[in-house]
Design a protein around this ligand. Structure first.
Ligand code: AP5
Length: 214
């Protein structure tokens, strides 16, 4: 199965992609994660991406496409995968179409995770990652026990560099301007599915699976 997960920053793409990967073995390809790894490693690509990410702007299409082509050439993504955060504008969606033609593949679904604006802000300002386990947490939505588990094991709750209010607002503006047109793009291709992603993560996952098996 080849799936695009569409949704605003904070809609829960990463959270649900992790569940799908664990439960169904679908490899997750997150351009955001791959870019953050490049920034952390200080590669040339990472240096080019860093300022854009800090400002909440999109990284240039040529960088992102290069990353995607490399990742799709790996053996674990020969058949199934889940694209998380890509494509993010019409140019990337059209380039993906061409890459898929070259690979003789097609997408099974583009799933839009629909979440109310106020909830997005709370999820993004509250997001933390445990430095010890890498687990994605949230100071508003994770249980006290989950947060304490990280701290008592000597971990720290780290905040992403682009999860401050100014950058979050810009990321949401960029999503509206650049990424929302993809909803129509995939609706026109007949593969758009929309799920209500406002609920708790397990409820959202149940909706997601329902869409995938229908
Ligand atoms: P990227 O890493 O893709 O970030 P994003 O799209 O802004 O999405 P997020 O990771 O912020 O949110 P998410 O939807 O994954 O939510 P999550 O599951 O983490 O991109 C970052 C940057 O990289 C971009 O701004 C851009 O600069 C660059 N970039 C990436 N891809 C690019 C591309 N294709 N082209 C150009 N540039 C690109 O959840 C968020 C929080 O909410 C967590 O704390 C989580 O625990 C919590 N949560 C999740 N679900 C629930 C729930 N159901 N209930 C309660 N809490 C929940």
């Amino acid at each position: 199965m080849r799936i695009v997960l569409l949704g605003a920053p904070g809609s829960g793409k990463g959270t649900q992609a992790f569940k799908l990967q664990t439960d169904m073995g679908l490899p997750q390809i997150s351009t955001g994660e791959l870019l953050r790894e490049a920034v952390a490693a200080g590669t040339e690509l990472g240096l080019r991406a860093d300022a854009h990410m800090k400002n909440g702007e999109l990284v240039s299409d040529d960088i992102v496409l290069g990353i995607i082509k490399d990742r799709l050439a790996a053996s674990d993504t020969a058949k199934d995968y889940l694209l998380d955060g890509f494509p993010r504008n019409l140019g990337q969606a059209e380039s993906l179409d061409q890459v898929l033609i070259d690979l003789d593949q097609s997408l099974d679904a583009a799933i839009l995770m629909d979440v109310d604006f106020e909830i997005l802000i709370k999820r993004l300002t509250g997001r933390r990652t445990c430095s010890k386990t890498g687990k994605l947490l949230n100071i508003y939505f994770s249980t006290k026990a989950e947060l304490e588990e990280c701290l008592t094991n000597g971990g720290e709750l780290l905040q992403r560099a682009d999860d401050n209010e100014d950058t979050i607002r810009n990321r949401l503006r960029v999503y509206k301007r650049e990424t929302e047109p993809l909803i129509e793009f995939y609706a026109d291709r007949g593969i758009l599915r929309v799920i209500d992603a406002n609920g708790i993560a397990d409820e959202v996952y149940a909706s997601l699976k329902k869409v995938l098996v229908s």
